[in-house]
Write a protein that binds this ligand. Sequence first.
Ligand SMILES: NC(=O)c1ccc[n+]([C@@H]2O[C@H](COP(=O)([O-])OP(=O)(O)OC[C@H]3O[C@@H](n4cnc5c(N)ncnc54)[C@H](O)[C@@H]3O)[C@@H](O)[C@H]2O)c1
Length: 428
Amino acid sequence: MQKPITVAIAGLGGRGKDTYAPMALSRPDLMKIVAIADIVPEKVADVAKTYGVPPEGCFSSAEEMLAQPRLADVLFVCTQDRQHVGHAIPALEKGYHILMEKPISPVLSECQRVLQAAKAAQRQVVVCHVLRYTPFFQKIKEVIDSGRIGRVVSVQSLENVVYWHQAHSFVRGNWRREEDTSPMILQKSCHDLDILLWLLGERCARVSSFGSLSHFREENAPAHSAARCRDCQAREGCPYDAYKIYLTDEETGVLHGHTGWPADIVCMHPTEAGIRAALEDGPYGRCVYRCDNDVVDHQVVNMELEHGQTVGFTMCAFTKTGGRTLKIMGTHGDIRADMHENFIDVEVYGGETEHIDVRTLAADLSGHAGGDIRMVEEFLEMLAAGGQPSGTLSTLEASIESHLAALAAEQSRKNGGAAVEIAPMRGL
Ligand SMILES: NC(=O)c1ccc[n+]([C@@H]2O[C@H](COP(=O)([O-])OP(=O)(O)OC[C@H]3O[C@@H](n4cnc5c(N)ncnc54)[C@H](O)[C@@H]3O)[C@@H](O)[C@H]2O)c1
């Protein structure tokens, strides 16, 4: 029997601790956690206990961990957006393979520096574009590649962010300010830009974009509202009321629970009392109209790909349910697909419509529609086999293409929507 791949994790938050670490329990044959680092001691203690990480494998920061000789085969870089490069490059130099959370970096030259470091060290880097590993998108890719709908000419794609997810992550939470993290189109939608380029097997040639922060601003605050939901007299009619979002309220029909994500970001082991205490004075109890957020809540991106296909992509906060909605239009048929509704309809012109129920494609669609775990499995299995990346794996080179499109879109948006050519950004 092969030995499991040994893993070190930098950053024990929603991704490092809650999403990826549990694979050491479900696939002990494939993954063993041997080193962990976080600046919050409780998180280190929690993960050490759950996964049996010895004291000599526990560190109070990624920097401290990376000052040691190499401790594992792979480093999972799960710290915040602007820390990824600073953790990945020394790790590559030490000989770690890397599973890197997205975005690589909001600075293009830094993305390219990671690529150079990976090439120099001859190590593999996979960026966590989890959508590629979902049965939903893998099936769509299979249909496109089969040629059944002919040559794809145009795509319409919609990212339904969900109103409370926007409030949690991009108004009150970690990703609310571009200078601290990344622009929204990179932070949230690099997944979409990656998946669209991957589905079509193309690179982007030029981009234009519009969008703004339209709603979560002080001038839109309702009468009698306050700086914190705790003190607000307009809570009843406000869907962004933190008490509704983090404490399931059957009356209002808000269904997300108060033990899993996102409540476990508000307090580590959520209980009703714990959440209420965190909302009293913490960041997640702030009025959404009076935060220090600046990232957009809606943005459209038009892309022309290198062989002339066009793509219209919209990211919008103001949706009740999540997932992606797509229409892919080919010369001999089209595909209509909805990730939330779990269907893919393939319509061949003058022929039959095939209705695919995505729930029949895989037993487990949890964690980004089944993408989180499949991505880690595929990466570790590739390393265990000592092999080369498959066409699915979201390599650094492929991921940089999505970053180029996102950064060009942001440049366009900030420049009144003027088209931005990608080739000069590639240094061609
Ligand atoms: N692939 C996806 O679908 C997806 C989804 C959500 C988030 N992300 C990305 O994953 C990354 C982490 O997101 P998250 O939701 O886990 O955030 P998080 O804030 O929950 O976790 C980040 C962790 O890093 C720790 N940290 C900060 N500085 C550190 C240091 N110097 N050394 C070690 N640990 C340090 C923090 O204490 C925190 O526990 C972000 O870049 C985010 O964009 C990706």
